[in-house]
Design a protein around this ligand. Structure first.
Ligand SMILES: CC(C)(COP(=O)(O)OP(=O)(O)OC[C@H]1O[C@@H](n2cnc3c(N)ncnc32)[C@H](O)[C@@H]1OP(=O)(O)O)[C@@H](O)C(=O)NCCC(=O)NCCS
Length: 205
């Protein structure tokens, strides 16, 4: 469990047990296709349940629909991560988390989630560390997208980082149909098998 900038990160590699589910969670689970998806979903709910308890928030995860102002989920391989805003959110209007393990985007896909300035920076990164930079940027973009309460009309490329080299920094919507979106702060952590990033969206007011 790691706390940073008012966000609690909780991981789980095990699912919630069926006897631990609320009626709402049981109904949501029943609607999911296939055992792998059900296990992934339950593993994420276990992480979220613990995060909500630590933050003193209601623990029925079925009440949380995403994007959500104080909670976000991600899963990769056997691991799920929940991010929960723990302090008074104040200016925060959303939180997002993304974890990637054992997966590195093909460099040819960079054009689909990086802005032109970010792609130009990536071109300057030495080839041996470029995969790590790419997976970090991928998780940052996914975290920004998830933190954005207005993400229904956006894509990853619409979010621009102030400094693509930075493990923590600021970002904003720089393109797309609604470029006047919230401001963002993000932080990334390198993991032995990938990366995890967390973003918080802040209202201008
Ligand atoms: C929906 C999306 C964010 C999921 O991300 P992912 O990396 O595939 O999967 P993750 O495991 O990290 O995240 C899944 C969780 O994201 C959350 N989520 C789904 N849609 C969301 C949304 N619109 N906003 C915020 N969170 C969302 C859910 O909690 C989901 O877990 P759950 O199904 O157990 O509830 C992603 O597929 C997406 O749409 N990205 C942006 C679209 C885009 O620009 N695509 C172009 C890519 S080049």
């Amino acid at each position: 469990v790691t706390a940073t900038a008012g966000v609690l990160l909780v991981t789980s590699a095990a699912p919630l047990g069926s006897r631990e589910l609320s009626a709402g969670e049981s109904a949501q689970l029943a609607a999911l296709p296939g055992e792998p998806r059900k296990r992934t979903w339950l593993t994420a709910r276990r992480a979220l349940r613990h995060g909500l308890a630590a933050a003193g928030l209601p623990g029925d995860t079925s009440a949380y629909r995403f994007p959500h102002r104080v909670a976000s989920l991600s899963h990769s391989a056997e691991l799920a991560v929940a991010a929960v805003l723990v302090a008074d959110p104040g200016a925060a209007v959303g939180v997002g988390v993304d974890v990637e393990l054992d997966r590195t985007p093909d460099v040819r896909t960079a054009q689909f989630f990086l802005t032109e300035a970010e792609q130009a920076w990536l071109d300057t990164v030495p080839g041996d560390v470029r995969p790590a930079a790419l997976v970090r940027l991928w998780t940052v973009k996914e975290a920004l997208f998830k933190a954005d309460p207005g993400n229904a009309g956006t894509v990853l490329r619409d979010y621009g980082l102030g400094d693509p080299a930075a493990y923590r920094g600021a970002a904003a919507r720089t393109g797309g149909p609604m470029s006047a979106g919230p401001e963002f702060r993000y932080v990334s952590f390198a993991l032995p098998r990938g990366a995890v990033s967390v973003a918080v969206a802040l209202s201008h007011s």
